[in-house]
Design a protein around this ligand. Structure first.
Ligand SMILES: O=C(O)CCC(=O)C(=O)O
Ligand SMILES: [Fe+2]
Length: 588
């Protein structure tokens, strides 16, 4: 199209830096221009981005209108000078154009271009021309957090702000650090010069926004200023301030702020193993590191193994023993405890009594389900409305010790669940106590499962447990060693074996978390087929929230590219409706 008189100078239009159709998955997704936290390109619709010429036309229309024509509440500007601020404004207009190509919030994602990287590069440029004012610099100046003259030794040395490896404060000159006001003055001089004036080969950058990267950059500017106060390399040591500790805390938190942009369609080939030590560590950095591993597994796989999970081996052995004894009871005894005889899915499920996958003919396992119950006869029962109702136990004389063994395991697993919830919260960039008021009653359902061996030709519609997702927030699954049965479906449709790892448990996410996170956390499809030739036992515990908690997409998991996918329902109603469908199969 010919340039219209009102069109902007095409040389000033930011380049998209990427083109459509890279590495199509076959499901409409292609690689984007930006790598996600897993090191793989973030997926984008294959039709994104448009070609540069089409894009330029849309941008010209927006600039002419002074707003995004498809989203008129968003103003755009297109200053033409070379200042940093104007370059950034032009890129901002390009981003708005890209993301509203076809309607309000309907367009191509930012990551289908390199526009955000271009913004970051401009922000990182040193330079006097657009240096902030003294007031802007001091408003966000790094705080020394320490003052001079602490515990003088009499030889000119004083205590520094940092403890050394011997447990004692590292010594610094008593004149260090300067006062915050003197430090600020030196900082302003350096920032406005774009370098350390006392050591001119050292550049100083000082972005003033609140991002982690910018805070870290400002602390660097602070360190350079402090260490070159009086001449090249002559100044106060880093340990006369807490700058480095502040940087360390920020470095552990450089994940993208918007979880919505961390969404992946990754095709995993193995299930990660996470050592759970450190979840209660005093040091928040340690807890953060563990939560980051969990976050990666939740975003990319939806399944992970855990070690150091805290459930004692004898407790597990006791529960396994109890399961074996229970399923060996005469069918008649078990049938008396049938799950349809209780209001809330407690008790025994016979072979083929359940159907997890509607396309199947019934699941080839027997089960025994129980909910929260205390072993202490005097304690108050706390029962979640969703699953309220008594457990259906066999008589103590019929199966001595069964109830205690099952409940011992249940209680140990609930402790593990309570340990995991704050870590999941951290993984979602939420306060660690986010779930505390949502899990006041342990809405945890435990199952003992028995899978008879399947021999001969196998009809794919009758397997141990049909392909399904779990319904709650997450599941903690114990599976028997040496028998491979559990399989997990990856994004390219392959079943990946979840091989039992001795001493570990499997943790997998369920639909409640998927709904909360708008599918940023994956509720991954899985099934079990026991072709080992011998009996297999497993013990899942499903952790949900209190009944009335609304499963509403977290704001951080929603963006124009990823609008909320699910209707809001309560956690309890959701699980209940799924259970009703699962067991409808055997209800007569
Ligand atoms: O037995 C297994 O390994 C899996 C059980 C399961 O997926 C379930 O009960 O939801
Ligand atoms: Fe499951």
């Amino acid at each position: 199209a010919p340039l219209s008189r009102r069109d902007v100078d095409p040389a000033l239009i930011p380049q998209l830096g990427f083109h459509a159709g890279v590495n199509p998955t076959g499901t409409g997704d292609c690689d984007g221009a930006v790598n996600g936290p897993n090191g793989q390109p973030i997926k984008i619709p294959c039709a994104c981005p448009p070609d540069q010429a089409t894009f330029n036309q849309a941008l010209n229309a927006n600039v002419a209108a002074g707003k995004a024509v498809n989203n008129p509440s968003v103003a755009v500007s297109f200053p033409t000078d070379g200042s940093k601020a104007s370059q950034l404004a032009r890129i901002q207009t390009a981003l708005v154009t890209l993301q509203n190509l076809h309607g309000p919030g309907q367009g191509c994602p930012a990551v289908s271009s390199t526009l955000q990287a271009q913004q970051a590069a401009i922000n990182a440029q040193p330079g006097k021309r657009d240096a902030p004012s003294a007031a802007q610099i001091t408003a966000v100046a790094p705080q020394l957090d320490f003052h001079s003259g602490v515990n003088p030794t009499g030889t000119g040395d004083c205590d520094g702000a940092v403890i050394g490896p011997n447990g004692q404060p590292i010594k610094i000159p008593c004149a260090c650090p300067p006062s915050q006001a003197d430090f600020n003055n030196a900082l302003v001089t350096n920032v406005q010069a774009g370098k350390a004036v006392n050591n001119p080969s050292v550049a100083v950058t000082y972005p003033t926004d609140n991002s982690n990267a910018s805070q870290i950059a400002r602390l660097n500017a602070g360190l350079i200023t402090l260490q070159n106060l009086h001449g090249p390399g002559q100044g106060c040591p880093a340990v006369s301030s807490t700058f480095q500790a502040q940087q360390k805390a920020l470095h552990t938190d450089t994940r993208p702020l918007l979880l919505a942009n961390a969404r992946t369609d990754s095709t995993f080939n193995e299930i990660p193993l996470i050592d759970l030590l450190g979840g209660n560590a005093q040091d928040p950095v340690v807890r953060r590191e563990l939560a980051d591993q969990i976050r990666d597994a939740c975003i990319n796989v939806g399944f992970f193994y855990v070690t150091n999970h805290g459930i004692p081996e004898p407790t597990t052995a006791g529960a396994l023993h109890a399961a074996k004894d229970f399923f060996a009871l005469p069918l008649e005894t078990k049938t008396k405890l049938g799950i349809h005889k209780t209001p809330n899915f407690k008790g025994y499920t016979a072979l083929l009594g359940e159907n997890t996958n509607p396309e199947n003919r019934g699941d080839l396992h027997e089960g025994f389900d129980l909910g929260w119950e205390t072993l202490d006869a005097n304690a108050l029962e706390r029962n979640d409305g969703a699953m309220a109702g008594e457990n259906a136990w066999p008589k103590e004389a019929e199966l001595p010790g069964f109830r205690k063994a099952a409940l011992d395991y249940y209680h140990a697993a609930v402790r593990l669940g309570q340990y995991l919830f704050p870590l999941f919260a951290l993984a979602l960039d939420l306060p660690e106590n986010f779930f505390d008021d949502k899990i006041t009653k342990p809405a945890a359902i435990m199952r003992l499962l028995y899978y008879p061996p399947q021999t001969g030709t196998i009809d794919d519609r009758t397997i141990g447990i049909g392909a399904h997702t779990d319904y709650e927030c997450f599941t903690v699954l114990w599976q028997q060693d040496n028998i491979q049965a559990l399989q997990v479906l990856n994004a390219s449709g392959q079943w990946i074996d979840a091989v039992p790892i001795p001493g570990s448990l499997v943790v997998n996410l369920g639909d409640q978390f998927a709904r909360w996170t708008n599918d940023v956390f994956k509720s991954t499809v899985h099934r079990a087929v026991n072709r080992s030739g011998i009996a297999r036992y497993s013990i899942p515990l499903f952790f949900g929230t209190d009944y009335d908690v609304r499963l509403e997409a977290l704001l951080s998991c929603v963006s124009p590219d990823a609008p909320p996918k699910y209707d809001v329902v309560t956690a309890g109603d959701y699980v209940k409706s799924r259970l009703e469908a699962t067991y409808a199969h055997s209800k007569s």
